[in-house]
Design a protein around this ligand. Sequence first.
Ligand SMILES: [Zn+2]
Ligand SMILES: [Zn+2]
Length: 129
Amino acid sequence: MPTPAAVDMKSTDNKLDKIVEQARRDREKREQGYREQALKMFPHICGRCTREFHRANLHELTVHHRDHNHDNNPPDGSNWELLCVYCHDNEHQRQLEAQNGATATTKKSTSAATHNPFDKLKDMLKGKE
Ligand SMILES: [Zn+2]
Ligand SMILES: [Zn+2]
């Protein structure tokens, strides 16, 4: 027999779970929305490694937000970039390193110095060739 207090606590938990679940579903729906649009708009090729994608492996092609703001989804696709899961991971890893680089005092001070804004520009230029 649960005490009334325990029941209350449980219902509060459930409510929170539902809110979290709802938010997660909303986000997934939105992500599917822009993913579909981006896949219609761009060729199914990774913008970094230029790997081509077909129906069988299309789930490995993801939509990256150039400004890292997932809420910024202009309908012309200017903030989207199709990247395979590996390059996408890489891209975010670089972003994290760039963020942490300012505070973290690691042995990697030399490699951190190579993390300049022009790296990305170079990559972009390379990708266009
Ligand atoms: Zn790739
Ligand atoms: Zn991304």
